[in-house]
Write a protein that binds this ligand. Structure first.
Ligand code: ZN
Length: 450
C-alpha cells in the first residue's frame, strides 16, 4: 500500500502504555513511558509509539505535511479505558438506596429493565450510555442489555455509529424473575442466535452470550447457553459469580450436586477462554485455580461491591494464580462510569485485603488488563504497532487538589497513584476512537493562579 494515500494522525504528549502486568512489585519491563512522546497513527491503527524526537525524525516529509497533529504536551496519553462489566439499562437506577444484591435486583433492576419493552427507552438509554462512556475515556465495554432482543440492537446501533469495539448480549433469564422479563430456554437460544447472525463480527462488535446468573436460568437454559458458546469461534460469554452470601446460598440450594457456584457454570460448559464473570469475591483457592487454569476471566467491580455491601475482591490472590482480571464499573450498582473513580475504590478494596494496588498496576488493569480479560488484546489495550488507535488524554491537574498534589510528587508511580485516587471524569481532555476524536472537554481544567 502507498503510505502517502493513508490517513495519518500524530499525537504528542506523555505517552504511557503497558506490555505486561507490572505485578505486585511494579516490574519496570511491564510498561513504556515517553515524557515527550508521540503516537503515529495510520488508517486508525498504531504505526509507532515512542519519543517525539524519534518519531518526528522518522516521518517522511509528505506524511508530516499531511498528518493531523494533536498537541497534548503536558497531558497523559493512555490506551482507552476498558470497562469489563456494566448494565446499560441500569444507568437510570445508579444511586438507588438501601438494598443488597437480591433485593436490589427485585426493587430497582427489574423494574428498570422492564421499561425496555419499549424500544424507544432502549434507544435513548443506549445513546446516553455510549455518549457518557466516551466522556469518561472508556472506549470498550462488556455490556449487559435486557432480556429483550431489541435492547441489543439498540446498543450495537449506538456503538457502531461511533465505530466502537464493544461486546453486548441479550440477558438469558427463564426463572426466578418477573414474568415480563422472562424468556424460555428455547426462545432465549433462538433470540441469541438471531442476534449473533445480525451483529457478531460486524465491524468491531462481538456478541457475548449473557445468562444473568445461575439462579435465574434453568439447567436447560444453561445447557443451551454452553452449547451455543461452543458452537462457533470467538463468541464471548458473560455472567455473574460469587457476589453476595445470600446469592451463593441460593445457588447452592438450586444446584446441590455441584461442588461450588463456579462448578455450576463449569458443568454446563460456560467457562474457558472469552468467558468473563463479574465479582468473583467469595471464592476458595480451588475455584481461583479453576478460573485461572480454564482461562476464564474475572471483572473486578470495587465501586459496586462497596455500594451493595457485597465484599472485597481479592485481586492479589486472583492475579497470583494467573487469572485474567479486568476492572469494571458494574453500573447501575456501580456509582458512575468513571474508571478513574473505580480505581480509587479498587485501592480501598485492596487495602481491606492488605495488598495495596499500586498506580501502575491500577492503570494496567484499566487498559491492557481489561483487554486481556476480554481476549481482545490482539486489537486493543496498548500502543503496540498494529493495534487499533483508541486512546484517552488525561489532565494531571484538572482540579486544584490534583494540581497541588502533583507539585509534590517525584516519580511517575507517585503521579499515577495520585491520579488514581484524586482523578475523575474532569481529567478527561479528549477521547479518540481509531484515531478520530470522539470527545473533547469543553471547559479547560484548573489554571493555577486563577
Ligand atoms: Zn452486574
Amino acid at each position: 500500500m502507498n503510505p502517502s494515500a493513508s490517513t495519518h494522525v500524530l499525537v504528542r504528549g506523555q505517552v504511557l502504555h503497558f506490555v505486561a502486568d507490572p505485578g505486585p512489585a511494579d516490574a519496570p519491563a511491564a510498561w513504556q513511558y515517553f515524557d515527550d512522546g508521540a503516537l503515529w497513527i495510520s488508517d486508525g491503527h498504531i504505526h509507532a509509539a515512542g519519543p517525539w524526537s524519534d518519531i518526528s525524525a522518522a516521518l517522511p516529509p509528505g506524511i508530516r505535511h499531511a498528518a493531523t497533529l494533536h498537541d497534548h504536551r503536558g497531558h497523559l496519553v493512555l490506551p482507552g479505558f476498558i470497562d469489563c462489566h456494566l448494565h446499560y439499562p441500569q444507568a437510570g437506577v445508579i444511586a438507588s438506596f438501601g438494598r443488597q444484591l437480591l433485593d436490589w435486583l427485585n426493587d430497582y433492576t427489574f423494574p428498570a429493565e422492564a421499561r425496555f419493552a419499549d424500544v424507544r427507552e432502549a434507544e435513548r438509554s443506549a445513546a446516553f450510555v455510549v455518549d457518557r462512556l466516551l466522556a469518561h475515556g472508556t472506549t470498550t465495554a462488556s455490556v449487559f442489555a435486557t432480556v429483550h432482543a431489541h435492547s441489543v440492537d439498540a446498543f450495537f446501533n449506538a456503538a457502531s455509529a461511533k465505530n466502537l469495539r464493544m461486546l453486548c448480549g441479550k440477558v438469558l433469564m427463564d426463572r426466578n424473575c418477573p414474568e415480563n422479563l422472562r424468556d424460555t430456554a428455547t426462545s432465549g437460544d433462538r433470540d441469541s442466535r438471531a442476534l449473533i447472525e445480525r451483529w457478531h463480527g460486524q465491524g468491531r462488535l462481538r456478541y457475548s452470550i449473557t445468562p444473568r446468573f445461575a439462579a435465574s436460568s434453568t439447567p436447560q437454559q444453561l445447557q443451551l447457553a454452553g452449547e451455543l458458546f461452543a458452537s462457533r469461534p470467538n463468541l464471548h460469554l458473560q455472567s455473574h459469580l460469587a457476589e453476595n452470601p445470600a446469592e451463593i446460598a441460593w445457588v447452592k440450594a438450586l444446584f446441590p450436586e455441584r461442588r461450588s457456584y463456579l462448578d455450576v457454570y463449569a458443568h454446563y460448559g460456560l467457562t474457558g477462554p472469552r468467558a468473563l464473570y463479574a465479582h468473583c469475591i467469595h471464592l476458595d483457592a480451588a475455584d481461583r485455580q479453576a478460573l485461572a487454569a480454564s482461562g476464564t476471566a474475572a471483572a473486578f467491580c470495587p465501586s459496586s461491591n462497596l455500594f451493595l455491601g457485597s465484599g472485597f475482591f481479592d485481586h492479589a490472590a486472583s492475579a497470583a494464580t494467573g487469572m485474567r482480571v479486568g476492572l469494571a464499573t458494574d453500573v447501575g450498582a456501580g456509582t458512575g462510569f468513571s474508571l478513574l473513580r473505580t480505581l480509587g475504590d479498587a485501592y480501598s478494596v485492596s487495602q481491606a485485603r492488605a495488598a495495596p494496588l499500586s498506580g501502575l498496576r491500577g492503570f494496567y488493569l484499566a487498559t491492557l488488563g481489561g483487554a486481556r480479560a476480554l481476549y481482545l488484546d490482539e486489537f486493543i489495550g496498548n500502543f503496540t504497532p498494529g493495534r487499533e488507535a483508541d486512546f484517552v488524554v488525561l489532565d494531571w491537574a484538572a482540579t486544584p487538589e490534583l494540581a497541588w498534589r502533583m507539585e509534590h510528587t517525584q516519580s511517575l508511580a507517585e503521579r499515577l497513584f495520585a491520579l488514581m485516587i484524586l482523578g475523575d471524569e474532569r481529567c478527561v481532555v479528549a477521547t479518540h476512537v481509531m484515531g478520530e476524536r470522539v470527545f473533547q472537554r469543553t471547559r479547560p481544567g484548573y489554571q493555577p493562579g486563577h
